[in-house]
Design a protein. Sequence first.
Length: 448
Amino acid sequence: MDRTAPTSKLSTALSPAFIGRSPTMTSNAQVMSTGKVLLSARPSNLALFDWWASYDSASAGLFSSSSGLLSASTNFKIGIVSFESKGTSVTLAFALVFFTHFCFHLEVWETQRKTATSVFNHHRFQTFVVKTIWNKVEKGLIPVFEHASELGTEMDLKGLFQHFTFDSACILVLGHDPASLSIGLPDVAYEKEFNDAEEALLYRHILPESFWKLQRWLQVGKEKNYSKAWETLDLLIAQCISSKPRDTTSAALTWFFWLVATNPSVENKIREEITTKLHPKEDNRLHLCFSNINDQEMKKLVYLHGALCESLRLFPPVPIQHKASVQPDILPSGNKIGANTRIILAFYAMGRMETIWGKDCLEFKPERWITEQGGTKHEPSYKFITFNSRPRSCLGKDMTFIQMKIIAITTIYNYNVQVVDAHAISPCSSIVLHMKDGLKVRVTKRRV
Ligand code: HEM
């Protein structure tokens, strides 16, 4: 049976978007009655998301059609400009690093984006990325899997992928390999600090500005944790390491492996595709048989690509976006908004709305991304919003897919990954959609 259980629960708790001015409280039942938000039982840790759902009556009424919602998301150009030019970014700290996700001033952002684009598009950088990731797979991931499979011990995939992406980011940015992905998995560097900072940032998105600013001034609550976290993280920032790409990709990998491990038919199809399209040599079954595949060969893996997109749709590592209008405007839905209106786009909810993805929106269905001719079906970024839409679209999207594909083919072809029974899966409240308690698995070598 296809399983997207936590998904459906969380999706129900999130309204597609809300407008943050003069909200009118509505009951969940009212939200449900609009038909815009599907309701079912909610995990208890989702109080915050519940609050969003009940926060805004406008969210249900505002985007009353899927086209309204979608075009609204493209209309946020104004909001984005305003957001930056007013210098009210909630994530100053992240803006200081090279792989930035949020920028402070428009001019700074434009320069940063241009610089980053030229680096990301340079063929030597791309070659370096691929080489780095293969190297990490061979020298880091495989030995850890081999060790765990020999001993038959449980391991946490979430932590494993955090080590993987942390090491890769350090190599790419600093030219230094901290080698944190090694047998025994030492503590994830700065994990607590990252978690505290990410949690505080989520609250900044949704609490009235004056409230969290007062908390910051008084140095209490989550703002206190945030300040403490940054004292520590400053050290890391000084070395120009970004946390965000690390966290988003590791979160994406964790959800992907959970979905694959709990959907055996998908797992089999991925293996079949690897076998028929990459022709791994039987006498050299382990990882090395893939390390020389190039970009073109990787593109043949249409089903795997679909499975990754599907996982990123259902579990977008950046679950919400926060924008503000620079001047009064009329949204495509016809709703009027004033200047400085806060708008939250719930990517998580948008990834599983029936009006956007159809009746089977809650199913994990890689076939959704395959054309009748068997090629990859491309969806516009305002529909598949996980990497944001222009002009602030993610520059690391291609790199993310490369990294995820390399890890996926190596792991799925060579190993059986079994989720430890009774391990509860739930997302945590953060600006990055992590698995709250990690993903406990057993890895065993696969016999072909
Ligand atoms: C699954 C993985 C990832 C997801 C879901 C993701 C998602 C996003 C999203 C939603 C934004 C827009 C943020 C905003 O405007 O507020 C963004 C921006 C960005 N991302 Fe990613 N990202 C991922 C991985 C990466 C990686 C691996 C890199 C680099 C190595 C990267 C580099 C960037 C950069 C540089 C921007 C800023 C673009 C700009 O503001 O002009 N991302 N990403």
